[in-house]
Design a protein around this ligand. Structure first.
Ligand code: G4P
Length: 340
């Protein structure tokens, strides 16, 4: 989406009204009957907003990926070819970035969870997630696929996880059995980055594996381990508004499908709750300003950043884009939005 780069762009920018990419957005600000907020001073030159987003507004994000069934079928088929599944999730939102279908789809396959983007998540929270997942018998590894940190633990953990299976293959007379892994995860979680980092860029030769070719390509991960070169992409599921918002905050779903200012207001609600010091510091917000309604905080951010439109009004839309961009780039600190 084009970001407003100047006052003109910002003013002329039309908010998406849904319908793109199969997504529909129901902007509650339009539906609200009694708006419990102070009226904005009317400006002749500016088209009036119907209402300004505040914390009471809800935003129902609905997502209808038409190819979901096809993808699921493909994953189900490919699962028959693998010994284990590695699910990549976002360490900042370990609940929202997990597709609930995966447990059902993978039906009893040994599973590893990679808590990716841990460079942007709160370290203590990530450790807590590793502990919480291990209590559910899930091996979890915090990784930062961008720098490669933690990725070298993948093969040892996989070897340990599959030790019984390897032994049983050996007992059946297989010499040096090859274990195969499929990577799954929702879009943008870092599947390609992980595959690029872990694979040795050596395509395994199809001739070695009768019955396992079917046009699939396999990468050698290390001796005895191969990985399907195309990850299983599962769309996130969100009946819960919070899940949709968290996916949007982190950029897992695109801003086109929702109202940016409302999203920014909801993020400010959360940042105020978390009392993230970097938030106040970065936007030079005083204690008093932080205690304002979140939309007013957004106005303060716009003013402190010199984002103004005609008549000296705060350009909250531009401030909203800035806030979301900076949050996604971890400029507001390492933040985990979901705790175990
Ligand atoms: P996908 O295949 O699951 O769709 O995700 P992909 O690997 O394309 O990664 C999505 C974005 O997340 C990429 O950024 C990628 O660089 C970033 N990313 C992946 N792993 C990590 C990580 O551990 N830490 C951080 N900080 N970022 C990570 P992008 O902006 O879309 O692309 P690019 O600018 O890096 O090229």
């Amino acid at each position: 989406m084009k970001k407003p780069t100047n006052k003109k762009n910002s003013k002329n920018y039309q908010k998406p009204r849904g319908g793109r990419s199969g997504a529909r957005m129901n902007h509650p600000a339009r539906n609200q009957k009694s708006a419990p907020k102070p009226a904005k001073p009317a400006k002749a030159a500016k088209p009036k907003k119907q209402s300004r987003p505040d914390s009471d507004h809800t935003q129902v994000i609905q997502w209808y990926p038409g190819h979901m069934t096809k993808t699921k079928r493909r994953i189900e088929k490919d699962l028959k070819l693998v010994d284990a599944v590695a699910e990549i999730i976002d360490a900042r939102i370990p609940i929202s970035s997990r597709n609930p279908d995966i447990a059902h789809l993978t039906s009893g396959k040994p599973r590893i969870v990679l808590l990716n983007k841990c460079d942007m998540a709160d370290k203590r929270a990530t450790d807590q997630w590793v502990t919480a997942l291990s209590k559910e018998n899930v091996r979890a590894i915090p990784v930062d696929c961008k720098s490669g940190r933690g990725v070298d633990r993948f093969v040892p953990v996989l070897t340990d996880l599959l030790s019984d299976r390897i032994e049983s293959y050996k007992a059946k007379g297989m010499v040096n059995p090859t274990m195969r892994v499929m990577i799954v995860g929702i879009p943008n979680v870092g599947k390609s980055t992980f595959i690029n980092r872990i694979s040795k860029k050596t395509k395994a030769t199809a001739a070695d594996r009768p019955g396992v070719t079917r046009g699939n390509q396999w990468f050698t991960v290390s001796k005895g381990f191969e990985m399907l070169d195309t990850p299983g992409v599962l769309w996130p599921k969100f009946d819960d508004q919070k899940v949709g918002e968290h996916l949007a905050f982190t950029g897992a779903i695109k801003s086109e499908v929702m109202d940016t200012e409302l999203l920014a207001v909801r993020l400010i609600d959360l940042l105020k709750e978390l009392k993230t010091p970097e938030f106040a510091e970065r936007y030079q917000l005083t204690e008093e300003e932080l205690s304002l309604q979140s939309y007013e905080v957004l106005e303060k951010i716009a003013r402190h950043r010199g984002m103004l439109i005609s008549g000296g009004e705060a350009d909250t839309e531009r401030a909203a884009y800035t806030l979301l961009d900076e949050f996604r780039a971890a400029k507001l600190g390492r933040i985990t939005l979901e705790k175990p």
